[in-house]
Design a protein around this ligand. Structure first.
Ligand SMILES: [Zn+2]
Ligand SMILES: [Zn+2]
Length: 259
């Protein structure tokens, strides 16, 4: 098994991960990874949802990424990025990261999001499948802006045991349609596998990735990017990543390849 890339990686700066850029790079190089993308949780200037990088640490993070990139030059490419929620009216912030700070990519990771009426919803506090539709719409809205390279864990919402109903079908269709029309990639997230298998109303399964969603993704021919979403250095290319590759290959998903 040759894992060539991982574009979803955190550091201690987000206050809920361990290790620094150099520690993730060491593990990635050991595993033979060719492209390592750092995508710690980016800060908002006037909104503090917790467990995000402090704005004061942005430059330090960037500098460490640049130094580590230099250290591995010729052996491994290091890309500098952030994972962000898409929140309306924050376009200037995403632009600032991509231009002024010269981050090379942003990952869309909706852990909180606005519904159509502008209310802020939290993925970890969902109790109604109707909200899953709002989540799906927000993923598409974020991807449409063009600021993001791919949508992380598009099926994070299935972590809850709400059963599978018509809203779940609709939410999958919304994201799949959006990805087809917008030509964007969806992520198969190994961090979901790390959470283990459990008993749910819709069967024994992982919280996410959810098979039903990825079956639709396969049928639509959408490109899938497998990432570790590592919050500890030793998770960069761990056995859950190997499992993720096996599961995607078994399913016959169209996988992203390094150009
Ligand atoms: Zn995180
Ligand atoms: Zn993440």
């Amino acid at each position: 098994m040759n894992i060539e890339y991982n574009l979803h990686t955190h550091t201690k700066r987000c206050h809920h991960a361990g290790g620094d850029v150099k520690d993730y790079a060491a593990e990635a190089a050991k595993a033979g990874i060719k492209v390592l993308g750092m995508s710690d949780h980016g800060p908002f200037k006037d909104f503090f949802p917790g467990c995000r990088m402090d704005f004061e640490d942005v430059e330090d993070y960037r500098q460490e990424c640049l130094a580590v990139r230099e250290e591995y030059k010729g052996r491994m490419d290091l890309k500098i990025g952030f994972e962000y929620e898409y929140i309306r009216s924050r376009d200037a912030l995403y632009e600032e990261m991509l231009t002024k700070y010269q981050f090379e990519y942003l990952v869309l990771g909706q852990h909180f999001f606005e519904d159509r009426s502008g209310n802020m919803l939290y993925v970890y506090q969902m109790d109604d499948t109707q909200e899953i539709i709002e989540y799906a719409l927000s993923v598409n809205e974020g991807m449409k802006t063009g600021y993001f390279k791919f949508a992380a864990h598009p099926d994070l919402i299935f972590m809850h045991d709400l059963g599978w109903d018509i809203n779940c079908d609709r939410a999958c269709d919304i994201i799949v349609d959006g990805a087809v029309k917008g030509g964007y990639m969806l992520e198969y997230n190994a961090n979901g596998l790390r959470r283990g298998i459990g008993q749910f109303k819709d069967g024994e399964r992982y919280q996410y990735p959810h098979r039903k969603m990825f079956e639709r993704i396969r049928e639509a021919g959408i490109e899938v990017i497998i990432n570790s979403d590592c919050h500890q250095p030793e998770q960069v290319a761990d056995e859950e990543m190997v499992k993720a590759y096996k599961m995607c290959e078994e399913m016959g998903l169209k996988l992203y390849e390094l150009k």
